[in-house]
Design a protein. Structure first.
Length: 223
């Protein structure tokens, strides 16, 4: 559902387009210039992005009010959690199968699935996942829905989420699919926490099960 920005008391579509083009230009330049970068750089960039978004949070809320689907009094948290859980369960099965096949070939399947640090990785991953979902769902998707049909807004949100993981092609592929699911769930229920839990679970499983990477160990410098 597209709106006339002036009638809704929010920024006109042209202003939103200009804003998004500026953000996209800076993000693309950063990704190209800093292809190999430590994780804390991404965190700092995300914090800057959140500060920018918070500066215009009232506008973002007004934009979402123009195309909300939830009904007042509807238990959106529970339904969002159920939808996120259903998607996460299917995705975990796929990652489990992929990790088993890769682990069998490398001879380290047991290590991939038995590392207890995955629980610690999930705990530390959760706030990072929440921050990312806030940027892409609350900010980006909300603006794209003003400008584009739903399918296009969801697709571009997912694509943008995928591209910030450049140049890690396997992660980009996974986040593209997950990004579509999360955008659809957020559009319907406008609740971020279940998406962040799903994101943290799948991100941890992807690194431990599929990549065989000790995510927590890398973050903490442990061996």
């Amino acid at each position: 559902m597209r709106i006339d920005g002036s009638a809704a008391g929010v920024a006109a579509p042209r202003a939103i387009v200009l804003e998004l083009l500026i953000v996209a230009t800076f993000a693309a330049a950063f990704l190209v210039l800093f292809r190999a970068r430590p994780g804390y750089v991404d965190v700092l960039l995300a914090i800057v992005a959140v500060a920018f978004i918070l500066a215009g949070v009232r506008r973002s809320r007004r934009l979402w009010e123009t195309h909300r689907l939830d009904v007042p009094g509807e238990p959106t948290l529970g339904r969002a959690a159920a939808a996120s859980a259903a998607f996460t369960l299917v995705a975990l099965v796929v990652l489990l199968a992929a990790g088993f096949v890769i682990g069998q070939g490398d001879g380290d399947a047991v290590e991939r699935f038995s590392n207890p640090r995955i629980l610690g990785a999930f705990v530390l991953y959760l706030p990072w996942a929440l921050l990312q979902q806030f940027v892409f769902q609350f900010y980006l998707l909300g603006r794209l829905l003003v400008l584009l049909p739903v399918w296009a807004a969801v697709a571009i949100t997912a694509l943008a989420f995928s591209l910030v993981h450049f140049p890690r092609a396997p992660v980009m592929a996974v986040t593209l699919v997950a990004g579509v699911a999360w955008a659809l769930i957020y559009r319907r229920y406008r609740v971020l926490l279940p998406l962040a839990v799903s994101h943290a679970l799948l991100g941890s499983a992807l690194h431990y099960w599929v990549f065989g990477r000790d995510l927590l160990g890398n973050w903490l410098g442990a061996r």
